[in-house]
Structures are given as C-alpha cells and as structure tokens.
Ligand binder design. Structure first.
Ligand code: DAH
Length: 373
C-alpha cells in the first residue's frame, strides 16, 4: 500500500516518462504523453537517418516502449489489464505511424533510388478505337440534312405489318409481303395483344418511320408541317454476298407541308448531293413505282467516289410525292397536305465514298479493315 500512495508523484524510469511508484491513472497518463511525444518527433524526422534514430529510441529493444512494458510488472494486479491494453494500443499506433512515415519519406523524390521517369519522353502508342464507318457516315448524313432543316426521327426495329405495309399502302396480296421476303416474328396465337393482333416482323424498310412520325404529329398536334430524316437498320432475308446482307441501313426522308411538289424534292436532293459529295454532284430521277409515293422515282446521283476519279451515276434509292392514301391512313386530309419522301441505303454511300468493295467487311469486325477506313 505504501508504494501506491507514493505514486501521486510521477517520476521517470530510465529516462522515460514513467512513474517510479506506479498507479494506473498516472501510468495511463504517462503512456499518453509518451505516445504524443513520439508522434510529434516522428513527424519531425525528415530523412532516413532521423527515422532510424526515432525507431531505435521508441521501438528498439532498449527503447522507451520496452521500458514502459517492463514497468508493467510494478502495476497492481487488478490494474494490469487496463494498463497492458493501453500499452499495446500505443505500440500498435507507433508502429503504424512509423511505417506510414517511412512510406512517405521513401516515396518522395529526394529519396527515390533506381530509374527515374523522364516525363519528356514520347509515350507508347496505345491503340485507340474509333466509331464504325457506318456510324460515321450516318452521323455525316444527319449533319448535312440537319443543316438543311431536317430533324432526326426514330422508330422500332421490331414492327407490325400495319406500319411496315398496310398504312404505307402495301395491300395484303402485294408480293413484298411474302414470308420469304421478310423476317416475321413467330408468336404463339393469342400473344399479339400489343399489336392488336397484327403479325410482327423485323422492319424491311425505314418507311415505317414515316407512319410513326405522322401518327405522332397528328396525335400530339405538333405537325405538319414537318421535316424529318430517319436513319436505321432494316432486315431482309437476302442471301449474303458482296453487295447484299440480311441487315443493312437506310436513311428515310419525309417533308410534309402545303403545296409541296417534285421541284422541292429534286432541289432538296440536289442540295444534299452537292453538300455531301461536292459541288459537281448531279441528281437524276427515273420514273418508277412505290406504293406509298405518287409519282415515284428511282434516285441516282452522279458522284466522284474518290477524289480525282471521274464522276459516275450510282443508284441510291427511291423517292416521290407522298401518296394521298398514306395521308388518309394517318388521319390527314390529302386535299390540304402534300409532301415528298425518299429512302436510300447507307451502305451504298459508305462503300462508294470510302472505296469498300464488299459489304461483309462492314460487319466482320476485322480490326485490320476497320482501322483503315
Ligand atoms: N422504302 C423503299 C425501299 O426500301 C425506299 C423508298 C422509296 C423510300 C421511295 C421512300 C420512297 O421514302 O419515297 O425500297
């Protein structure tokens, strides 16, 4: 008991802050002071030598922490546990702080050894990806038509025969509707509620978007007049060869307003051709037939496919004035509204413009090809 009463006077053991006569509260206080002093000194250790000195002083076999551990034996039995735990916590904290400080000092530029990085060296050439050629051509087309005042519209690739055929004035007995020429979706009977019982299919043309846009414009009252293009994928069960694929891309155009004539159609196409292919481009319309336009025409453009090459006529697609039956199908008065429409193949343009000989290259995913176009 006598020893305990003297413990009110903390003293030092072996140059350490430890009470000679031990009582747990002053012992705990001393550990606290030891820890704080050690951490402050550690922060001041500015190089490897100072750090090593600190390590010897605090964590070394004759260091202050060891001393403190040794004095544990003088702590009364019932208080040993608390003091021991506090000592252990201080040891863990000091070791962690030492490792962290060591990390800081050795990662700094002044203590770095071994090869240095020369930031002025040119970097390695990392392979950089790019957008697919079809994506790029589609964006170019949208850009040019955008400058001519066309908005970009979109429609679903899984369609029903109402949008793909019926409302486009393609009657039930039309050969274009043959199952052999289309990808119909096989569905168990009774599961067609969402199309009102109409057969579903992968769309065979982007002309479907004409119907979708007109219906929406009428329903929501935002048009006509309206002026849109619709780029997108279409599907037909063609045998794949150098110029055919079961999936390809079309660009549809539609302009509806009052008193639209073939002159507006031809002018728009010519303006596009000159903006996109260059000032010498020409446009030719050859009489043709499409159920959703009247009159209808095949659309050719005379363009130089590559710089310096002699311009040639190439077939791009079809066009015409919107058939009154299409207006009726979407609830517009054909006496009031007129319009033109056109549709052409995006692959055709991409292959022509970038000298691509085989359509299969566009879908093969061969980086050696994709890197070059
Ligand atoms: N949809 C037609 C096809 O795929 C192309 C076409 C022709 C689109 C005339 C039109 C058009 O908008 O007016 O063959």
């Amino acid at each position: 008991m006598a020893a305990l009463s003297e413990s009110h006077q903390p003293g030092f053991i072996a140059g350490c802050f430890f009470p000679r006569l031990l009582h747990s509260s002053s012992m705990l206080e001393s550990i606290e002071i030891l820890e704080r002093t050690a951490l402050a000194e550690l922060a001041d250790a500015g190089d490897a030598a100072a750090l090593e000195q600190w390590r010897i002083a605090y964590l070394g076999t004759k260091g202050k922490l060891k001393d403190a551990m040794a004095s544990l034996k003088s702590v009364p039995k019932e208080e040993k546990k608390a003091v021991g735990q506090r000592l252990n916590a201080a040891k863990v904290a000091l070791q962690a702080a030492f490792e962290a400080r060591k990390g800081e000092l050795t990662s700094g530029p002044t203590t770095r050894t071994g090869p240095q990085i020369d930031v002025t060296e040119p970097g390695l050439d990392l392979p950089v990806g790019r957008r697919h050629i079809i994506t790029r051509v589609r964006e170019e087309l949208c850009d040019v038509f955008g400058r001519m005042g066309f908005d970009v519209a979109d429609g679903p690739e899984i369609e029903d025969d109402e949008h793909n055929f019926i409302k486009l004035n393609i009657p039930a007995d039309h050969p274009a509707r043959e199952p052999i020429d289309n990808f119909y979706v096989e569905e168990p009977d009774g599961e067609r509620a969402d199309t009102g019982g109409r057969p579903r299919m992968l769309r065979s043309q982007t002309s479907t978007v004409q119907i979708r846009v007109l219906q929406e414009a009428v329903e929501k009252g935002w048009g006509p007049p309206l002026k849109i293009i619709a780029p997108g994928r279409v599907y037909r069960p063609d045998t794949v060869d150098a110029t055919h694929s079961f999936m390809f891309h079309q660009l549809e155009g539609l302009y509806v307003d009052r008193r639209v004539t073939m002159v507006e159609l031809r002018t728009t196409l010519l303006q596009f051709a000159r903006l996109y292919f260059g000032p010498d481009a020409e446009v030719r319309l050859r009489p043709s037939y499409f159920p959703f336009t009247e009159p209808s025409a095949e659309l050719d453009m005379k363009i130089a496919l590559k710089p310096g090459e002699k311009p040639k006529w190439i077939e791009l697609g079809g066009c015409g004035l919107v058939d009154p039956k299409v207006f009726e199908a979407v609830g517009l008065d054909p006496e009031e509204w007129t319009g033109f429409a056109f549709g052409f193949g995006i692959e055709r343009i991409a292959m022509g413009r970038y000298g691509i000989p085989d359509i299969r290259l566009l879908y093969g995913g061969d980086v050696r090809f994709l890197d070059r176009v």
